[in-house]
Design a binder for this molecule. Sequence first.
Ligand code: HGY
Ligand code: MN
Ligand code: MN
Length: 424
Amino acid sequence: MNREVDLYKLRINIDRLLERLDDLAKIGAIENTDGCSRLALTDEDKEGRDLVVTWMRDLGMDITIDGIGNVVAVWTGPHTDPTLKPVMTGSHIDTVKTGGRYDGNLGVLAGLEVVETLAEAGISTRHPLAVGFFTDEEGSRFPPDMLGSLVYVGGMSLEDGLDTVGIDGAVLGDELERIGYRGGAPCPAVAPHAFVELHIEQGPVLEAEGVTIGAVESVQGISWTEITIKGQSNHAGTTPMHLRRDPGYAAARIATFVRELALELGGRQVATVGQIKLHPNLVNVVAANATITVDLRNTEEAILQQAEQRLVEFCDRLAEDEKVTITTRSLARFEPVVFDPEVVDRVAHTAAELGYSVKRMPSGAGHDAQMLARVCPTAMIFTPSWEGLSHNPFEFTAPEDLEAGTNVLLHVLAALANENGYNK
Ligand code: HGY
Ligand code: MN
Ligand code: MN
């Protein structure tokens, strides 16, 4: 029996969620901060996976691991129809090297909190509930980002995923084998009934406007390019300026160009140079070569394409002027994604009915939800980020906001899994 009135009054246990967040953050903890470092498929990632799988098992969930290491746990309550497709939530537990404890981790642990809250209340949903974590969402070790969920929905073949070479030369499939998470469940997976991801905003908007919940309507387009510049190594003291073919200088020009380009295009255009490597990287040597990464993003696909084209043209001119050779390699390219309006409405209405302030907004960051949106009705829930900080060990979201986001997740998932629109 589904005691709907009880369901409506149900709220999550924030202390239990905070404790799990704390326990997971201890793995790969970054000294003197609350952050953690668990790059995809490292020993720390394995340890984090093992802990979350243990919690899934303790909740009596049915766990599957697929060929790219995505882990999905399914919960069926006493009155669940196991033949129905699960309503799914989840995110990622891999982090960037200087990560916070909430990015991704909140979405996975909030999913477990929802299951535990329903189970202890003796309330089950018609559709099963699934909680997953996807491999290599960050993509900073093995580009592109959202690699695991991309394979999960069939956007990348399993073989290509496994053959991906990391920035450290490691092969993804070997690392997956090494940590014992190369599973047997098929990729792509059977699409869930719906997918909702809870995530910190990782930006300044909700905090600046004093809003508790973001009803995320879309994710902006992403373009990652690795640019390799080859010049001529030479003596820093003896080489006249007009004889130099200096990749270090060329890399610096690209970095300033993309900043100026973003400011010129305006709107939501952003541009980031996150990585610059010089070789031999010595104080008295004109570099032989340089590698630089450029991350361009925009909510408008056409403008993102314009930005990419301007970068190509700039590099062509620069190569000629500086007598260097410039080659580029795309590391990630995803068009903007619009979430399912009905699910977004459900997030917004649920937040309001629970008494939280809510704002409809786009996501600046990439998320696994943008891949699940290819195969089922999908949306996201945001909670505020302190000072908009993320991909930074000092990332923080207040407990009351974590609680609010997880309560919204509980009731959105329950409504979708009961299809009774009880809180439409
Ligand atoms: O790059 C991103 O937006 C995400 O953190 N992977
Ligand atoms: Mn994330
Ligand atoms: Mn991230």
